[in-house]
Design a protein around this ligand. Structure first.
Ligand code: ACM
Length: 634
């Protein structure tokens, strides 16, 4: 009997220990895995960790990467087939997991990882780091940490094959090491596509050996500091020594660095607009007389933007009626195709001003000869020729959604940025699409109110980015091959600010492109984001704390008084405010309803707290600024 009681109690206890833990606050993985079951207990890191990896070339990198991480925990690793951490490739292909999925089981005694392909092992590794204490993100050895991993079973695979981040290295040049840093961070969140925007008006960033002036001339402008777009026009005596480019060896190194981490690099050469750096190098590519005086842009104003469209003040377009342009592009794409193994090349196509084309005798002649009715058809003629060149190099053509205008090239893949509309249209025509709409995925936009954020022309808060859904109703979802967030760098001058702009919104987009749609849950995500902020603190990676700051809405009541409504992205914080020019803290009035601005107030100051801990930034909002935001009276 005693024995029976013992056996029964053993199973009861074991069962309790095995019980699945709902909402386990030990675990905060981004992007949210497809299936996750946690149980009580931990795998404690032994001093000497044995690891087994498959006998494949990719394991060299895997071992190096694992060793590097465990070194932070002051652990040594050795490889052996009888290991506590086991990475295995499936003998039979598991269709659910696909090429990038994995399963991961952490028990008290061992860790077992399975995948069909090496990429899956790599993503399992990323998940494993997120299960370890945040100190694993440190750059130095950290002692006195209880190094343990919660017991968990995970089955995980991506929703989309294309999980992209675009990095504009043209507007401001970022070094090879900074690009590597970018890759290091993106793979932690299971992005697999780095789109490098390599050329624009402000710089040509890749060595093309047959066209040396592109980097001798085109990679350099005048260093200006302040608000890009309105800089003074450079004078002849200001040195053109700001910028840089990647040599072909640099590119090979980056391609290898990315490949080791299962990232493809998509090169973009943005034509026919955004091409001032190319024209400053080779003025004969322009339709416009006087192009030999053009210079690489240094952030001075070169376009007129209105609500109805735009024109160029300086002709920053390649001439579609000039055969030399196609010879030039042939040379560029020949070298690009040799450098980048990825099967696609991005050719830009966005924001091409047509006002200089409209004045050009050679464009008029081309229109007559080819029967082109308008400037959109002229661009379409150009894009179709470019597609042929790209395809002649064995690559597929991708363009921004403007390439739809005037007729889409036959095999073009469309990257939809002006909302989802272009993507929907292209998919309806049977073309593949990558969704990267400004409305959800533009990482250059401000993350909160412009009174506190570095100024840019639009706002995209994290909660809005988190609503990104790449597949619109009404299209064949198979044609939406993925989604992408874009970091334009006009206003991004250095790597720290780059990090600030990318994170946390790239968490949101990572979840949109990896996790199942049904897993989307803002409150749960927001809590996980805060956990990852703590990890970034360890890693000393900058991020925007804007979710802790309120948004301001202003109206006028019927008495003509100004009313301010403050709204929060995070529920469990409180807003305190003052109108008396002193700094509010949590002993000041708490915001509970829209505020009527006192008649003589000059400033509204606000700050947020969670409990008794200050969490938001000190915001100083001039009342005059609020007044200027009222809808204009008719
Ligand atoms: C773009 O944002 N101009 C593609």
């Amino acid at each position: 009997m005693k024995k029976l009681v013992f056996i029964i109690s053993f199973f009861v206890i074991a069962n309790i220990a095995m019980a699945q833990i709902a909402n386990d606050n030990r675990i905060a993985i981004i992007p949210q895995p497809v299936e996750l079951h946690s149980t009580e207990g931990y795998f404690k890191l032994p001093q000497q960790i044995t690891v087994a990896v498959p006998n494949i070339a990719e394991s060299d990198f895997l071992i190096k990467d694992i060793s590097k991480h465990f070194a932070i925990a002051n652990r040594k690793i050795s490889t052996t087939s009888k290991a506590v951490i086991h990475f295995s490739l499936n003998k039979v292909y598991d269709k659910t997991l696909g090429d990038e999925g994995y399963s991961l089981t952490v028990s008290r005694l061992a860790i077992q990882i399975n995948a069909n392909k090496p990429a899956g092992l790599f993503y399992a590794e990323q998940t494993l780091w997120q299960l370890l204490p945040k100190e694993i993100e440190s750059k130095n050895v950290v002692k006195n940490v209880d190094w343990k991993i919660p017991c968990v079973t995970i089955k995980d695979y991506p929703r989309f094959a294309w999980r992209g981040l675009m990095f504009d290295v043209s507007r401001h040049f970022f070094t090879k090491e900074e690009v590597k840093d970018f890759i290091d961070n993106m793979v932690k969140y299971k992005y697999n596509l780095l789109h490098l925007h390599l050329t624009d008006d402000e710089g040509w960033r890749i060595e093309i050996k047959s066209l040396p002036k592109l980097t001798e001339v085109g990679a350099w402008n005048v260093k200006k500091v302040g608000t890009f777009g309105n800089f003074s026009v450079p004078t002849a005596d200001e040195p053109r020594n700001y910028g840089g480019f990647y040599t072909q060896n640099d590119i090979k190194e980056l391609v290898k660095y990315a490949k080791d981490r299962f990232v493809n690099i998509l090169p973009e050469v943005d034509v026919p607009g955004h091409s001032l750096a190319a024209i400053a190098s080779y003025p004969e590519l322009s339709c416009t007389a006087g192009a030999e005086n053009y210079k690489v842009r240094s952030g001075e104003s070169i376009m007129n933007w209105t609500n109805h469209g735009f024109t160029a003040k300086v002709d920053n377009t390649l001439c579609p009626a000039n055969e030399k342009v196609y010879d030039f592009l042939d040379k560029v794409f020949t070298e690009l195709a040799q450098l980048f193994p990825f099967e696609y090349i991005h050719v830009g196509g966005d924001e091409c001003a047509k006002n200089f084309w409209a004045e050009s005798a050679s464009v008029k002649q081309l229109m007559q000869k080819e029967g082109l009715k308008n400037m959109e058809e002229v661009q379409s003629y150009f894009e179709k020729r470019v597609e042929k060149i790209v395809e002649s190099k064995g690559k597929k053509f991708i363009g921004w959604d403007e390439v739809l205008e005037g007729g889409l090239a036959p095999n073009a893949i469309v990257m939809s940025w002006r909302g989802m509309k272009g993507g929907i249209e292209a998919a309806k025509m049977g073309h593949e699409v990558i969704m990267s709409p400004t409305t959800y995925t533009y990482l250059d936009y401000m993350q909160g109110d412009k009174i506190i954020e570095p100024p840019v022309y639009a706002i995209l808060r994290l909660s809005k980015a988190y609503q990104f859904e790449p597949v619109p109703d009404s299209v064949n979802e198979k044609l939406i091959i993925g989604g992408q967030a874009n970091l334009w760098t006009e206003q991004v001058y250095n790597n720290r600010h780059l990090q600030y702009m990318v994170w946390p919104r790239a968490f949101a987009i990572a979840e949109a492109v990896w996790s199942p749609k049904s897993a989307r849950n803002w409150k749960n995500f927001e809590k996980r984001v805060e956990t990852h902020f703590a990890r970034f603190d360890e890693a000393e990676i900058k991020y925007a704390p804007s979710i802790f700051d309120p948004a301001f809405d202003v109206t006028e009541n019927d008495k003509g008084e100004l009313k301010v409504q403050l709204s929060k992205e995070v529920d469990d914080i409180d807003i305190y405010y003052s109108f008396d020019n002193s700094y509010p803290d949590r002993f000041y009035p708490k915001y509970t309803e829209p505020l009527v601005v006192p008649k003589d107030a000059s400033y509204l100051r606000v700050v947020t707290y969670r409990g008794n801990k200050k969490i938001g930034r000190n915001i100083l909002m001039p009342i005059a600024e609020l007044k200027s935001r009222l809808p204009k009276k008719k």
